[in-house]
Each structure stands twice: as C-alpha cells, then as structure tokens.
Design a protein around this ligand. Structure first.
Ligand code: NAD
Length: 335
C-alpha cells in the first residue's frame, strides 16, 4: 500500500505521517510538501530514515510534478497541504485560493487519472461558518464560510464532491475542529501563548476573548482520518471533534496557570475582521459508523502539550529565529 500524504511537513501532516508509519508498518508513505513558512522537516526527524518513508519537495499546484509523483503508483491520497492561517488569509487571500482550491483540483485530477482507491480531503469545521449560542455543526449544515481561508477550504471541498459526483472518484471529506498538540507552528493560539508567556510578553487576545473553539488533540484527528481512509463510505463527509468547546480566554488562562504566569500579561486587541463567534462539532456519524473515539481528554491533553513545548523549546525558538528554514534551503535549494 502506497499512501501519498500532502503537506506532511506541517503540524497535522507530520503527526499523521509518524502515526501512519507506526500504525501500519507495511505501508509506504510518500510525503510531498512545498515547504512554505509552515513546513518544517525537523518535525519528521524521528522517521526521516524509515525504510518506508520518502519525501519529495513538491507544490500541489504544479500538475507536471504531481503527475510524476503519481507515476510511482499511488494507492491512496490524504490531502493536508493548505495555507491554514486565517489572519494571513485576510492579508493575502490569493495564495489561499491557489493552494486550497487549485492545488486540490490538481490532486483530484491526478487521482482520477491514476485511479486511486481513496482520496481523503482534510477540511475544517470553519467551512460551516459561525454558530449561535446553541446547536452543533452536522455534516448536513450548509457551508457558510466567512474568511478567505474558510472560503478557499470550502471551494476545495466542493471540488472533491464534484469529482465524486461527476467522475465517480472514491472520496471522503473530513471536517475537524481546532487541533492542538506537538509541532504546531507558533503563530497559532496555543503555542503562541505558551511561547510569549514564557518570555513575559503581552498576550494578544482578540475582542472580548469569548469566541469559542472546539479543541481536539492532534493524534485523535490522525486516528479519525486513518479510520476514514480505510472504512469511510465513499462520497461521505465526516465531522471530527472531541466535544471540547472552550473560550479563547479559558485557553489562555489555563496556559498561564500551568506556567505560573500572571493574568496581567493578557492584552485585549481589536477583534479579527469577520471573526466567527463559536464553532462546535457533532462527531456522532464518525463515532456511530466507524467506531471512532478520541483517546485524549482536554484537561490532560493541554497539560501534555504545554509540557511538550517546555521540553522542546529549541524546536520553536529555531522557528522564531527562522533557523529551521536553513536546513531545508541547504537540502532543497532556495524557496
Ligand atoms: P500547517 O500550516 O501547519 O501545514 C500546512 C502544510 O502544507 C505545510 O507543511 C506547508 O508547507 C504545506 N503546503 C502549503 N502550501 C502547499 C503547496 N502549494 N504545495 C505543497 N505543500 C504545501 O497546517 P495544519 O494546521 O497542519 O493543517 C493541515 C490541514 O488540516 C489543512 O488542510 C487545514 O485546513 C486542516 N485543518 C487544520 C486544523 C487545525 O486546527 N490546525 C483543523 C482542521 C483542519
């Protein structure tokens, strides 16, 4: 079995590559990633010499390069590659459309041409828009994306659906809530707050801090995708979430408490444009159809995650200094 993972040098993709090599020792995993600012091969140090693992620096929008990858005989595809940061999408939407929409279409075309047995699109709950105080996102919830990021992810999802309906491509779409855990780029809330709090820097919180996100430990996301690849009913969407809704303020206070830092570091800043108020995922379909259950509870998961960032300070300081890119430039040339 040859599994193509795109975006495997990013946060979730790198956790997934490591997870799959551990859970499926006979699988060959081909990781392709264009190594944007968010791609970091240091995440994969523990498996870089694994006999069943290979990496090719490739952009998913480059149809010729993608065709060459598929010529190796790819059986299944999991597409993580994306521009993923909402704030960046507000400043620079174009690259989001290019990677998240066009890149998806290029992968779908190659998957169709070479007849893969499963194509899984890793999407997000953000495509559903924002919830009021009650209710949860179901797979049937209409797509109402509010940011250029979520709109581009919704665009990718619609193409995946269309390739199934039009060409019969065997696809699944997964829509997961916010992930946390090791190797998350320090621009995202949890590692951002940990790294800034450790150096006693102000902790910027959007608006009143009461926006709600539903948090899932990254390994539980990986186990869900593993199930969907193998057992997901073709053409279906599966929501993934751990029923852990927390306000941003709660997350920041939890981190401050664990690090023994004062709440006076919290600084409220002007709200993000179009900031969704609340996300909450109903994962019942995944649980009932495929028997998925998350292993990590939020209270212990967040403590373990904080400890991981404390133990791996070198990893994120190398990102903050830009040093992590040096290795990649040496290996793969200028970006
Ligand atoms: P990330 O930004 O950490 O990683 C994205 C990876 O994709 C990077 O390694 C980057 O180099 C690569 N990439 C970007 N553009 C590329 C291109 N054109 N060609 C090839 N590679 C490219 O993101 P993440 O947080 O790991 O998210 C992975 C996927 O999961 C994304 O599709 C995202 O939408 C989705 N998702 C993320 C979350 C979350 O909380 N982080 C939640 C739900 C879904």
């Amino acid at each position: 079995m040859k599994l193509l993972v795109t975006g495997g040098a990013g946060f979730i993709g790198s956790n997934f590559v490591i997870y799959m090599l551990r859970e499926h020792p006979s699988y060959q995993v081909v990781n392709i990633d264009s190594l944007t600012y968010a791609g970091n091969l240091e995440n994969l140090k523990s498996i870089e010499n694994h006999p069943n693992y290979s990496f090719v620096k490739t952009d998913i929008t480059d149809s010729q390069a993608i065709d060459q990858i598929f010529q190796q005989g790819i059986d299944m595809v999991v597409n993580f590659a994306a521009e993923s940061h909402v704030d960046r999408s507000i400043l620079e939407p174009e690259v989001f459309v290019k990677t998240n929409v066009l890149g998806t279409q290029v992968l779908l075309d190659a998957s169709k041409r070479y007849g893969v047995t499963k194509y899984v699109q890793v999407s997000t709950d953000e495509v559903y828009g924002s919830l009021g105080e009650t209710g949860l996102f179901m797979e049937s919830t209409p797509l109402e994306p509010n940011s250029p990021y979520s709109a581009s992810k919704a665009g990718g999802d619609l193409l995946v659906r269309a390739y199934h309906e039009t060409f019969g491509l065997p696809v699944n779409i997964t829509r997961c809530s916010n992930n946390y855990g090791p190797y998350q780029f320090p621009e995202k809330l949890i590692p951002l707050i940990i790294s800034r709090a450790l150096s006693d820097q102000a902790l910027p919180i959007y608006g009143d801090g009461l926006n709600i996100r539903d948090w899932l430990y990254v390994e539980d996301h990986c186990s869900a995708i593993d199930l969907v690849i193998h057992q997901g009913r073709v053409g279906e969407v599966y929501n993934i979430g751990g029923n852990n809704e927390r306000t941003n303020l709660h997350i920041v206070k939890t981190i401050l408490h664990e690090l023994n830092k004062p709440e006076s570091l919290i600084t409220y800043v002007e709200d993000r444009l179009g900031h969704d108020r609340r996300y909450g995922i109903d994962p019942t379909k995944l649980a009932q159809e495929l028997g998925w259950k998350p292993k990590h509870n939020f209270e212990t998961g967040i403590k373990e995650t904080i400890q991981w960032y404390l133990n791996n300070k070198e990893w994120w300081t190398r990102i903050q200094s830009g040093e992590y890119q040096q290795y990649q430039i040496t290996q793969y040339g200028e970006r």
